[in-house]
Design a protein around this ligand. Structure first.
Ligand code: FAD
Ligand code: 2HG
Ligand code: ZN
Length: 430
C-alpha cells in the first residue's frame, strides 16, 4: 500500500474496514465484499500511476464512481482481493463550448452537477436518471446509462464525443477535442463506453449538450392495460415531440404512495399508469382519467427507492420489442416462480425497457428467476441487459443475448487490453 500512498497521498488511501465497507457494498445491498483498500486519485496522471503499481504487484482494480450501479459491477467480489479505485475526486468541469455545444468533464462529476452546469450556459445534458445526485460521468459512460429521455434524446453513448481513459499498463487514450468528424480508425471512445470498467479507467469525457427544453407537458394517465399504453406512446411518437414515455404498474404505484407518502393523483386506481412528456399536449380519449402536472415525475422517479425500502430487491433490467411487451408481461406473471407474487414492473416504455423487481427472494430462487425470466426475454427477441449493464449478475446469461462469436471477440479485446485480467474481474464476461 505504501507505493500507492506515495502516489495519491496517505489520506486518499482508505483501509479502515468501517469506512471501506460502504465502498464494497452496492446500492441494493445484494452484493458485498471487503475492499483491500479504497484509493482516491486526484487526476489522470495519478490514476495511471496507481494502475501501473497495481499491475506490477498483480492487484485487481475495481473502478467506482457514485456506486449507484444495480448489477454488482462496481464493487469487489471476494473479500480483501481488490482495491476500489474511487474516481470521485476528478471534478473538472470545462467551460461550455457554445460553438460545438459540447463540454469536457471529469469522470467524477455527478450527473446533477453536469446538468446544472449545462443549464447555466443555456443548454441541457440529454441523459437523466433518478440517481442523478450520486451517479458520475465515468460510471454513466462505463455502463452506457439510459434513463428517462432515451426515447427523445438518446442514451449516454449518443452524447459521448470522446473520452480520456487509462489502460491497465498506465497508457492514456485521450480524445477530448470537439471534432464533429474524426475518422482515424477504430472508435476507442465508443469501445470504452459500456465496457463496465473491464477495459480501462475513464478519467474525462467530451460530451454533447442539447438545447434547453422549452415548456414540457407531463401527462399522467391511468389505463386498463399495457396495450393501451403502447398505443398512446405510438401516437405521441408519431407527433414527433415525445421526450419521455414511462410506465408504472399498480403494484409500484401502491408502494411509492405508501413509502413516500404521495397522494392518489387520479380519480380512480388503475392497472397501469403512463407518464408522457411532450412539447404539445397529447391527444387523449375524452373519458380518460389523466392529469397534467410536472410533479407526476416523482411517482416514477422514486420507484427504485420505494421498493428498496421494503427489503433487498431482486432486480432484472431487460429490453423487449415494444409491441411484444403486453404478451411478455402476461407470461412473466405466470412463470413458476413469479406466480402468486407481487411483481413490480416500472419501465421506460418508449424504449421497451422493463425493470422487474421482486422482494423476499433467496439465492436459489434468484437463480431460478434469472433463468425463467431471461430465457423468456430471449424467446421474445429481447436483450437481457438493457441499460444497467451485465455486471456480475448476468455474466452467466450473456449467451442469451450475444452469439459465441460476439462473446469470443469481446474476450479477445479484453485479453489484449488487460492480459492479466486485473480490471474488474468477474464483470461482464463469463
Ligand atoms: P458505479 O455504480 O460506481 O459503477 C458502475 C460501473 O461502472 C461499474 O462496473 C464500475 O466498475 C464502472 N465504472 C465506474 N466509474 C468508472 C470509471 N471512471 N471508469 C471505468 N469504469 C467505471 N441507470 C440507467 O441506465 N437508467 C436509469 O434510469 C437509472 N436509474 C437509477 C435510479 C436509481 C435510484 C439508482 C440507484 C440507479 C439507477 N441507475 C440507472 C443505475 C446507475 O445509476 C447507473 O448505472 C449509473 O450509470 C452508475 O453510475 P455510477 O457513477 O454510480 O457508477
Ligand atoms: C429506473 O428506471 C432505474 O428507475 C432503476 O433504472 C431500475 O430499480 C430498478 O430496477
Ligand atoms: Zn431505468
Amino acid at each position: 500500500m505504501t507505493a500507492v500512498q506515495d502516489i495519491v497521498g496517505a489520506e486518499h488511501v482508505l483501509t479502515d474496514p468501517d469506512i471501506t465497507q460502504s465502498f464494497g457494498t452496492d446500492w441494493t445491498r445484494a452484493w458485498s465484499a471487503q475492499p483491500l483498500a479504497v484509493v482516491r486519485p486526484a487526476d489522470t496522471d495519478q490514476t495511471a500511476q496507481v494502475l501501473m503499481a497495481c499491475k506490477k504487484f498483480g492487484v485487481p482494480v475495481v473502478p467506482q464512481g457514485g456506486n449507484t450501479g444495480l448489477v454488482g459491477g462496481g464493487i469487489p467480489h471476494r473479500d480483501n482481493e481488490a482495491i476500489v479505485l474511487s474516481m470521485t475526486r476528478l471534478q473538472h468541469l470545462g467551460t461550455v463550448d457554445r460553438a460545438t455545444q459540447t463540454v469536457d468533464v471529469g469522470a467524477g462529476v455527478s450527473l446533477a452537477r453536469l446538468q446544472a452546469h449545462a443549464s447555466a450556459a443555456g443548454f441541457a445534458y440529454a441523459v437523466d436518471l433518478a440517481a442523478r445526485d450520486s451517479a458520475t460521468v465515468g460510471g454513466m459512460i462505463a455502463t452506457n446509462a439510459g434513463g428517462l429521455r432515451v426515447v427523445g434524446l438518446g442514451d449516454t453513448r449518443q452524447q459521448v464525443m470522446g473520452i480520456e481513459a487509462v489502460l491497465v499498463d498506465g497508457s492514456i487514450l485521450r480524445r477530448l477535442e470537439p471534432l464533429a468528424k474524426d475518422n482515424g480508425g477504430y472508435n476507442l471512445s465508443q469501445l470504452m463506453t459500456g465496457s463496465e470498467g473491464t477495459l480501462g479507467v475513464i478519467t474525462a469525457a467530451r460530451l454533447r449538450l442539447v438545447r434547453a427544453p422549452g415548456t414540457q407537458y407531463v401527462t399522467f394517465i391511468g389505463l386498463a392495460d399495457v396495450e393501451s399504453a403502447v398505443s398512446l406512446v405510438a401516437d405521441a411518437r408519431a407527433r414527433g415531440d415525445l421526450t419521455a414515455a414511462e410506465l408504472i404498474r399498480s403494484e409500484g404505484m401502491k408502494v411509492v404512495r405508501q413509502v413516500c407518502g404521495l397522494a392518489q393523483p387520479l380519480k380512480a386506481e388503475h392497472r397501469v399508469y403512463l407518464l408522457l412528456e411532450t412539447a404539445e399536449l397529447p391527444e387523449l380519449p375524452d373519458d380518460v382519467d389523466a392529469v397534467v402536472d410536472p410533479r407526476m415525475w416523482e411517482y416514477r422517479d422514486r420507484q427504485a427507492e420505494a421498493v428498496a425500502t421494503l427489503g433487498i430487491p431482486f432486480k432484472l433490467d431487460v429490453c423487449l420489442p415494444i409491441n411484444s411487451i403486453a404478451a411478455f408481461l402476461t407470461e412473466l406473471d405466470t412463470l413458476p416462480d413469479t406466480q402468486g407474487r407481487e411483481v413490480h414492473v416500472y419501465a421506460h416504455l418508449g424504449d421497451g425497457n422493463l425493470h422487474i423487481n421482486l422482494l423476499d427472494i433467496d439465492v436459489e430462487m434468484a437463480d431460478r428467476l434469472d433463468e425463467q425470466v431471461l430465457t423468456l426475454v430471449a424467446r421474445y427477441g429481447g436483450s437481457i441487459a438493457a441499460e444497467h449493464g451485465v455486471g456480475v449478475h448476468k455474466t452467466k446469461w450473456l449467451h442469451l443475448s450475444r452469439s459465441s462469436a460476439e462473446i469470443a471477440t469481446m474476450q479477445a479485446i479484453k485479453d489484449t487490453l488487460d492480459p492479466a485480467g486485473l480490471l474488474n474481474p468477474g464483470v461482464l464476461l463469463p
